[in-house]
Design a protein around this ligand. Structure first.
Ligand SMILES: Nc1nonc1C(=O)N1CCN(Cc2ccccn2)CC1
Length: 245
């Protein structure tokens, strides 16, 4: 997988990729991130990339020409690359998108600053628009890095053997169960006995119940979309009853 990023701040894509899992995966050649400065495709004495909005108003709008030139050039090397625009007006980015996008060979991320891009960029050059949440950031770089991180976890070999993206929160549509590690007692708080029992059937049931409880308490709306077994439904009825009392 090759991620191309078009940005005014390519340096923002250096240190997050020099640490931990992502750094190791890059070293192993599992994926590559190429951050390009949009200014390289700008014209004129000052290499202008933005201008004032037609119709007046505050802020600056990113000019269409440099972006069109950049995308055209990148697509010469990767004609099937999907162009993704980071914007608060985008589709809310979800785990399912991360899983699907991990199957692409090449993705091009368009990171905006200021008030965003000239609408003609969006209409003619962008394949999909994503938002990472209903809040306004200073630019599209962090959203692009968030998406790259989430997508990479689904690339073969990135998470290594010890864990898998298949057991993530949201994979089965439920929130994750609580995790514990040594010591067995910390500040007077003991690890639940079931986890020390060695009874893997009981542990699996306890973990599933904890997922259902946590999802019911924190994100009940997710339960509408989840495929639940009859056992799950029974547990949920009990939990709802307990929560009422
Ligand atoms: N939340 C988010 N999830 O994705 N992006 C954001 C986000 O807040 N921003 C701030 C505005 N930037 C500039 C901009 C504005 C409009 C159209 C395109 N670009 C983009 C990134």
């Amino acid at each position: 997988m090759i991620f191309d990023v078009l940005t005014l701040f390519p340096e923002m894509f250096v240190s997050p990729l020099q640490e931990s899992i992502l750094a190791r995966a890059i070293k192993q050649g599992l994926f590559e991130v190429r951050a390009h400065n949009l200014r390289s495709w700008a014209e004129g004495k000052h290499l202008t990339t933005d201008d004032t909005p037609y119709g007046g108003g505050d802020g600056m709008v990113m000019k269409p020409e440099p972006i069109a030139k950049a995308i055209t050039e990148l697509k010469q090397q990767a004609p099937t690359a999907k162009v993704l625009l980071m914007t608060p007006q985008g589709v809310p980015f979800r785990q399912q998108h991360a899983r699907e996008l991990a199957h692409e060979e090449n993705l091009i991320f368009l990171c905006g600053r200021y008030e965003g891009f000239d609408e003609r960029v969006r209409q003619t050059l962008v394949d999909a628009e994503f938002s990472i949440g209903d809040f306004v950031l200073t630019g599209g770089e962090l959203p692009a890095m968030v998406m790259i991180d989430a997508i990479c976890r689904h690339l073969p070999g990135v998470l290594g053997s010890s864990s898998s993206a298949e057991t993530d929160s949201f994979v089965d549509g439920l929130l994750e169960y609580p995790q514990y590690t040594r010591p067995a007692v910390f500040n007077g708080m003991a690890v639940p006995d079931v986890l020390l029992s060695g009874d893997h059937g009981r542990i699996a049931n306890w973990r599933r119940e904890q997922q259902l409880l946590r999802t019911l308490q924190r994100r009940p709306e997710l339960l509408e979309k989840v495929l639940l077994t009859e056992q799950d439904e029974k547990v949920l009825d009990l939990l709802r009853h307990k929560l009422k009392t």
